[in-house]
Design a protein around this ligand. Structure first.
Ligand code: SF4
Length: 437
């Protein structure tokens, strides 16, 4: 038989993007404090906000903190919001009290919120004043975690971008890995790179202020998270050079990311092969096992975590899925380009959101799996669609070879669960009761 159908078009870097600017369903950037405070062991995050911000932090943390916590909220009262009290004076007093009680704090982040932005509280000026008052022991930096125009992973980007200008100058040729990863995952990446003879390797954020890295024209950096657009720009302003690469999700993404760094450092191909062969084989096997049930299924991404493009690349290329729509809050082509180059044309790429219109497209497409935020997941499940919460992908270790199988498992589990529930519902009550015993 002569198949006349045209071959699939490779590469999505230049495909047209559907841009929407309507109502959005997202979490705010304060959420990032939950993982950032674990990475920076001598930092304290002081949100200057309302009781709502304090509640969001507590519920996102999901635990009662019995030890001294490393984040808190300076609550703006009605008198502050009405301009009847000098919020800057109060903030100075609160910070002085906090630092006197907690000499372990070396970096204090003043985190802006919707209320502090509405009353135009100048946290940059406050940070400058406090840095002068508490130097050299404590460095005070401000950034915004406000939810007005952001999505939840932007909190980390804003935090790291705010740190870049205060880092010292260096002429040393160093590699900086940028992005807050769980320690064990970070160590895996550093271990593989060091085994290829690459170094010195620094990480941003550093675990402590004393471990600060320097930046300069000889610094090269690799991003581990796709949502670090502002940090990328801030690093380039300091003269550092980005190593573009697909993001290290799955076996293929991890290999391509490592290869880009290895090429920059002239690592011999046989050394690269020796270092990566065994973990690559493990990753391939783990993905094949965990992705059972994903092959041939369709996926629809709502914009949420900013991980959507590299994850769509992983699911379509390594797990056999078809992407219907890849929605992302911001499509930074310089950062996403290497992932989009690997994807076959077909999916709609959308940036921003008009939630009602996107819901209509999703309902019409009836994807096998929908990746979305918490607010949309329950209603869509009630309509019979299978969903995956995007926020879980940020809270779970999913980067590099050893986590590749877990990453595939995060997507196959909801499909398996729905299949089991369907089977269960189809059984007569007696058989159901017997099966549950
Ligand atoms: S920063 Fe804004 S969106 Fe976030 S919890 Fe506070 S008020 Fe709500």
């Amino acid at each position: 038989m002569n198949d006349q159908s045209p071959p699939p078009m490779p590469g999505c870097r230049d495909v047209p993007v559907l841009r929407e600017r309507g109502q959005r369903e997202v979490f705010c950037g304060l959420t990032g404090i939950i993982w950032l405070h674990r990475k920076m062991q001598d930092a304290f995050f002081l949100v200057v906000g309302s009781r709502t911000c304090a509640h969001l932090l507590q519920s996102a943390a999901g635990v009662m903190i019995f030890a001294e916590p490393r984040f808190g909220t300076a609550i703006l009262e009605e008198t502050d919001l009405a301009g009847m009290a000098d919020a800057q004076d109060e903030l100075d007093r609160e910070v002085a009290r906090l630092l006197a009680r907690r000499p372990d704090i070396r970096q204090l982040f003043l985190v802006g919120s919707c209320p502090s932005e509405v009353i135009k509280l100048d946290l940059a000026k406050a940070a400058e004043r406090m840095s002068a008052a508490h130097a050299p022991n404590v460095r005070v930096i401000n950034y915004s975690g406000s939810g007005i125009e952001t999505t939840f992973t932007q909190g980390e980007d804003a935090c790291l971008a705010a740190m870049v200008p205060v880092l010292p100058e260096t002429d040393a040729r160093e590699l900086v890995l940028v992005g807050a990863l769980p320690d064990v995952v970070e160590q895996q990446a550093v271990g593989l790179l060091e085994a290829m003879g690459i170094g010195p390797i620094r990480v941003l954020p550093a675990p402590r202020k004393a471990d600060d890295l320097g930046l300069g024209a000889n610094t090269v950096f690799a991003l581990t998270q796709p949502f670090l657009g502002d940090t990328h720009a801030a690093l380039e302003r300091r003269g550092a050079r980005h190593i573009p690469a697909p993001f290290p999700f799955g076996e293929e993404g991890t290999t391509a990311w490592l290869q880009a760094i290895a090429t920059e450092f002239d690592v011999a191909p046989d050394l690269f092969e020796r270092v990566t062969a065994a973990p690559r084989a493990r990753a391939r096997k783990a993905v094949a096992q965990a992705a059972e049930g994903l092959d041939g299924k369709s996926v629809f991404f709502f914009p949420d975590s900013q991980l959507e493009v590299p994850l769509a690349r992983f699911l379509t290329r390594e797990c056999g899925m078809t992407a219907i729509e890849v929605g992302t809050p911001y499509l930074h082509r310089d950062l996403m380009g290497p992932d989009m180059d690997l994807m076959v044309q077909g999916p709609v790429f959308s940036e921003g959101q008009d939630v009602d219109m996107q819901l209509d497209r999703c309902r019409a497409a009836r994807p096998d799996l929908t990746v979305c935020g918490l607010g949309l997941a329950n209603p869509l499940e009630a309509e019979g669609l299978t969903t995956k919460w995007a926020i879980e992908l940020v809270f779970t270790p999913v980067h590099f070879y050893e986590q590749a199988g877990d990453l595939a498992g995060l997507f196959s589990r909801p499909l398996r669960r729905r299949a089991v529930l369907k089977l269960d519902a189809a059984q007569p009550p007696a058989a159901r009761a017997e099966a549950r015993r």
